[in-house]
Design a protein around this ligand. Structure first.
Ligand SMILES: [Zn+2]
Length: 334
């Protein structure tokens, strides 16, 4: 007989069905040296008004990735119920112990919270948090946007990302949402899905899932914050939770983001040991490899392409434009 689902070990002083704006905490038990019955308070804000889609924004599952918390916190402070049709759930700092420590991993267990989904209520801190997200919050969510940067381990182009999804309709909706987000690049991962990330848990439930990578090296830059701030509002507009058309235009006047198919994980470059110059961006989106392996399809402007290729991946400049729009060029999932 199948084992009954285990209740979450995390308490919430939020009623997800209540109308209006609520700000509170998810309270996760964490026994530690100086507090045997300690609690970690994870901030959460929910804004609900009537019927409509539910959108989840999560930031800082990795604690050294600052742009998500900045953008989601700002939205949480300013979003008014009367401007919403539906529900917005905002967790600007999921891994709050790591945020306070400025580290990728939580000092509570020195493990990666984004490598343990769907989690378990019987596990340690990270497993309990993952389980609560997967078993309590995701079932009420229609669209999830998980905001990341590369933290201290590298740098990335400003981009959304997603996995290849077997369901064509959901894949198409995901690509449309990525385009609406308005990052300069959209990346479809073909070989880096461990199945243990939040985005994977979202996809398993058939929910529209977007991730982002918005720079890195533990830094905050103005353009990354701008893209994050605008992107999450663009998503709300795209799904009809707030009014207004998404603004996905580029600052340099170009209109369309580009997309690349990522290489298999084995082809990903090793992290560098030193900080790069400001023009370098990690080829984590895999343009160089993808252009050879999967057919990198890019509608980026030449300016953006040169910037992305500054890490020395000269093969990236072999990216070919998507002649009929990049959606049509995405291979069918196998
Ligand atoms: Zn991350």
């Amino acid at each position: 007989m199948a084992e009954a689902p285990q209740p979450s070990r995390i308490a919430a002083d939020i009623d997800f069905e209540a109308e209006g704006r609520q700000a509170g905490y998810l309270r996760a038990p964490l026994s530690r040296n100086r507090s045997g019955w300690g609690i970690v308070e994870i901030p959460i804000v929910v804004v609900k008004n009537g019927r409509g889609p539910t959108v989840l924004f999560t930031g800082s599952i990795h604690g050294d990735e600052c742009k998500g918390p900045i953008a989601v916190s700002e939205l949480a402070r300013t979003l008014r119920p009367e401007a919403v049709q539906g529900r917005v759930i905002m967790l600007p700092a999921v891994n709050i112990p790591a945020v306070l420590a400025g580290t990728r991993l939580s000092p509570a267990d020195n493990r990666d919270t984004n490598r343990c989904f769907p989690g378990t209520p019987r596990g340690g801190f990270r497993e309990r948090v993952a389980h609560d997200l997967d078993a309590v919050i995701l079932p009420v969510v229609d669209v999830s946007v998980d905001l990341h940067t590369a933290g201290h381990s590298g740098d990335t182009a400003l981009s959304t990302n997603m996995h290849r999804i077997a369901a064509p309709a959901l894949m198409a909706r995901t690509l449309a949402a990525a385009e609406a987000f308005g990052a300069p690049f959209n990346v479809v991962f073909g070989g880096v899905d461990e199945g243990a990330a939040l985005t994977s848990a979202v996809e398993r439930r058939g929910i529209l899932s977007l991730g982002t990578e918005l720079g890195g090296w533990g830094r905050v830059n103005r353009e990354g914050v701008r893209i994050a701030r605008r992107g999450i509002r663009n998503i709300l507009g795209h799904v009809g939770v707030i009014e207004g058309e998404p603004d996905a235009g580029r600052q340099d006047g170009g209109a369309a983001p580009g997309t690349c198919m990522s290489p298999p994980a084995a082809a990903m470059p090793s992290p560098r040991r030193r900080a790069p110059s400001s023009r370098q961006t990690l080829p984590a989106i895999g343009c160089a490899q993808a252009s050879r392996r999967d057919g990198c399809i890019s509608s980026r402007t030449s300016t953006a392409r040169r910037s992305s290729c500054a890490a020395g991946t000269t093969a990236c400049c072999g990216c070919r434009p998507g002649p009929a729009g990049w959606r049509a060029a995405i291979p069918s999932p196998s």
